[in-house]
Ligand binder design. Structure first.
Ligand code: 7TS
Length: 408
């Protein structure tokens, strides 16, 4: 473990030293993408300056070095999430591509007319539209787990939605809007009781907490490198080995075959079957560097730090008159969605930006959730390991300034 307090970590992220509009940058948009520590930037630069070559193809020295680095990155990811074998790790562009891969490669083959896919209204569009489309293609039906008034999935609600016709359940581990932490292990039990397959969108959980796929009970798990200090354009699909073996490839081309003749082709073993074309090699190397960095800090420490920030921000904002905060009070992850009464969230974000405070405003790619909340959009502050209590004060100050600006 690194001998640093989490507050000192700001130094590891060069961009955080950049002033924005004459102010210290207070970066509160990590749920959209996290900043990158110097070690991750260096790992990518080192790859391109010292080892760059395509992977799994040529026998020259650089090609072998690049292949070793790429496969080492796969091992790093496998160990990080507790996969039983590295072949269970498929590199993708991100969570979105991972979930689409399951929908096309597995669900299309597995689902029959009348089968049910269970989702929740809090899903990011990435974990909803692929299932809407899979339902259209296969004749399956979508069924929703209804949320509790504060935006949680209760076991009773999950039980009411998961039944004899359920073949797949697709839920997020942590909501990117409400900050809800869903009871995935219990949902897994309900799904498995009826022989359904559980797909977990872990885009907002893998960056924040230790994950062991064998304990979580998921059958597929999707996440993105860029939300955990890694580069953009690299993500992961983990799947149980037999389910991946059963799944069809969805990208056809180079390096995903064993034999091709004029009419037919046969598929390579896992995971190459799913990785047609040249992969994001430098991205995988950068993701491995990010994982080593996070492990150096300690995932338990990151979890307690970012959850504390989320809960503290929730309480702080809820105490400000004229502010509405969404989602459960406890437990609450590192994401806090809110509205300032009678001020459009985009205007809120604009005032914040003038103060150097970066937040997101909009529907957060969760329009059915906005419909459930009865709002068009919200502002959202989200935290990561480099944020601290001062950043929450800056958030609260920016809200007061917004109210002053709009004369409330
Ligand atoms: N699922 C969840 C829960 C997410 O938060 C996101 C991205 C995705 C899937 C998609 O990830 P991608 O890497 O494939 O884009 N969420 C956000 C967000 O909240 N603001 O910007 C992106």
């Amino acid at each position: 473990m690194m001998d640093v307090t989490l507050v000192d970590l700001k130094k590891d992220f060069p961009i955080l030293a950049r002033p924005i509009n004459g102010h210290r940058l207070v970066y509160l948009d990590s749920a959209a993408t996290t900043q990158k520590p110097q070690v991750v930037i260096d790992a990518e630069v080192d790859f391109y300056t010292q080892h760059n070559a395509n992977v799994l193809r040529s026998v020259h020295t650089l090609a072998e070095e690049a292949t070793t680095l790429f496969q080492n990155a796969r091992h790093t990811v496998a160990t990080f999430v507790g996969a039983t074998r590295p072949e269970e790790i498929v590199f993708t562009r991100g969570t979105t591509e991972s979930l689409n891969l399951v929908a096309r490669g597995f669900a299309d083959k597995f689902l029959k007319p009348g089968d049910e896919i269970v989702v929740s209204p809090m899903e990011h569009h990435s974990n909803l539209i692929p299932w809407q489309q899979a339902a259209k293609r296969t004749g399956a039906k979508l069924r929703y787990i209804e949320l509790s008034p504060d935006g949680q999935i209760t076991l009773e609600a999950a039980q009411a939605a998961i039944g004899d016709h359920t073949r797949m359940v697709a839920v997020s581990h942590v909501s990117n809007v409400l900050g809800t932490i869903n009871p995935v292990a219990e949902i897994a039990e309900l799904a498995h009781r009826v022989n359904a397959v559980l797909v977990v969108d872990a885009a907002q959980s893998v960056p924040h907490q230790p994950i062991d796929v064998s304990q979580l009970g998921a059958d597929f798990l999707a996440f993105s490198g860029h939300k955990m200090c890694g580069p953009t354009g690299i993500g992961v699909l983990w799947g149980r080995y037999p389910l991946l073996v059963e799944s069809d490839p969805v990208i056809y081309g180079g390096e995903m075959i064993t034999y091709v003749d004029r009419e037919t082709a046969t598929w390579a073993d896992l995971p190459e079957k799913f990785e047609g074309g040249t992969p994001n090699i430098a991205g995988a190397v950068g993701l491995a560097a990010a994982i080593h960095y996070l492990e150096g800090v300690g995932m338990e420490r990151i979890q307690s730090h970012t959850q504390e920030l989320g809960e503290m921000a929730f309480d702080r904002l809820q105490a400000i008159p004229g502010v509405t905060v969404y989602g459960p009070k406890r437990p609450h992850s590192a994401v806090v969605a809110f509205n300032v009464n009678r001020v459009h969230p985009h205007d809120v974000a604009q005032v914040f930006d003038s103060l150097g405070v970066a937040i997101r405003a909009g529907h957060h790619c969760a329009q059915p959730l906005m419909q459930w909340l009865g709002v068009g959009s919200t502002a959202r502050a989200s935290f990561y390991l480099y944020n601290d209590h001062q950043d929450i004060e800056a958030l609260a100050h920016a809200i007061e300034e917004t109210k002053r600006y709009f004369r409330q």
